[in-house]
Design a protein around this ligand. Structure first.
Ligand SMILES: Cc1ncc(COP(=O)(O)O)c(C=O)c1O
Length: 373
């Protein structure tokens, strides 16, 4: 298995990592291993313990994020794996606004008295630091979904680690291309591989990466028993997606910057959130440690929730659908989901900017904004 070349840049790593050893007639791409069982005597043994196609994917993600990686059947399975390794009664400090699935999971675990959670505004560094006393885990999502609030990762990680608190970061929106939490000292990095890494809206998959061998072993042992493993075909598709991930992410980010700028000047838009906009309240913080700003733009429509729904229904190129991170642009009014946080404005539309032509996207947005009136 080809391994990480530390001197290589992410654009090269995405293309070279996780390939079979080169030899005469060796396969260029890792084949899909469709096996539930393996001949005795080797390191895999059984299809719930390991799989060569997952391993190739895990090598590639680890080469981008650092550390070693485990893949999971979904991003939520990866997140659940982190929470499930905590002792009963563990104290978690987490963002009060983040991916609705995580918010729901934390609420459920806390209602069942398995954990206690202190929710804080993750962009308010002083508030997070004040909440850390006695915490076992600091769970950071940054930028947050869908409000695009930015946590001061270097400061939060440094302080939490100086107090021996486990730090886990959901890197789905930023990706390893623009922020590398493990290099900043975080213990665990999570990705919904479903999104940018895979990049084609055709699979659901997750990953955890860590530098800590003890943490890795605990998570790997738990995955073997809990069984939240990826399918080999999904792992293969994700690895194929990673080959073009930097190209896609760069193009989508450029489109996002342009569209955020145009949206912020549109009379039917009351507010735009995009950390790349100099007018965004989180811009200067983000700029200090992020290498880019990603490809999600959230904006509020000047009208009712029903009118914002109509905007989403009226586009021709952008699809009215949930999820994000694919080559195709998607948008939705987040509050259409009952589990979305009440702190998210009713008319907030989250736009996952894809790789289409930016002017075509803008014409589509302009006509949809007018159709909502
Ligand atoms: C920031 C973030 N984290 C985690 C998840 C969960 O990932 P998955 O849908 O792959 O389970 C999502 C899904 O939208 C997300 O946006």
């Amino acid at each position: 298995m080809a391994s990480k070349e530390p001197q290589h840049r992410p654009e090269t790593i995405a293309i070279t990592a996780g390939r079979p050893e080169v030899g005469a007639d060796s396969a260029l791409n890792q084949p899909i291993s469709l096996n539930s069982t393996f001949v005795a005597g080797g390191p895999i043994g059984y299809g719930r313990y390991g799989n060569e196609t997952w391993t190739a994917l895990e090598v590639a993600i680890a080469a981008l994020e650092g550390g070693k990686t485990l893949s999971y059947s979904s991003g939520m399975a990866a997140i659940s794996a982190v929470f499930s390794t905590l002792p009963v009664g563990a104290k978690i400090v987490a963002s009060d606004q983040g991916y609705a699935g995580v918010m729901t999971l934390l609420g459920t675990l806390s209602a069942a008295k398995k954990i206690t959670v202190k929710f804080v505004a993750i962009e308010d560094t002083d508030a997070v630091l004040a909440a850390l006393d006695g915490a076992d885990l600091l769970w950071i999502e940054s930028p947050t979904n869908p409000s695009l609030d930015v946590a001061d990762l270097p400061t939060l990680i440094k302080h939490a680690k100086s107090r021996n608190i486990l730090v886990a970061v959901d890197n789905t929106f930023a990706t390893a291309l623009i922020q590398q939490p493990l290099a900043m000292g975080a213990d665990i990095v999570m990705n919904s591989v479903t999104k940018y890494l895979a990049g084609h809206s055709d699979i659901v998959l997750g990953s955890l990466s860590t530098n800590d061998p003890i943490q890795f072993k605990a998570l790997e042992d738990a995955r073997k028993i809990n069984g939240s493993i990826p399918g080999p075909f999904e792992a293969w598709l994700a690895l194929r997606g990673i080959r073009t991930f930097p190209l896609r992410f760069q193009r989508a980010s450029e489109n996002a910057m342009e569209l955020a700028t145009r949206l912020s000047q549109h009379p039917l838009v009351t507010r735009v959130r995009y950390p790349g906009l100099p007018t965004d309240p989180q811009h200067f913080k983000a700029e200090a440690f992020m290498k880019g700003f990603g490809a999600i733009v959230s904006f509020e429509y000047a009208g009712s929730a029903a009118a914002a729904d109509k905007v989403c229904e009226s586009s021709k190129i952008i699809t009215y659908a949930t999820s994000l991170g694919g080559v195709e642009s998607l948008w939705e009014r987040r509050r259409r989901w009952p589990i979305e946080s009440a702190s998210v404005p009713e008319t907030l539309i989250r736009l996952s900017v894809g790789c289409e032509d930016v002017d075509d996207l803008w014409l589509d947005i302009e006509s949809a904004l007018l159709a909502g009136k």
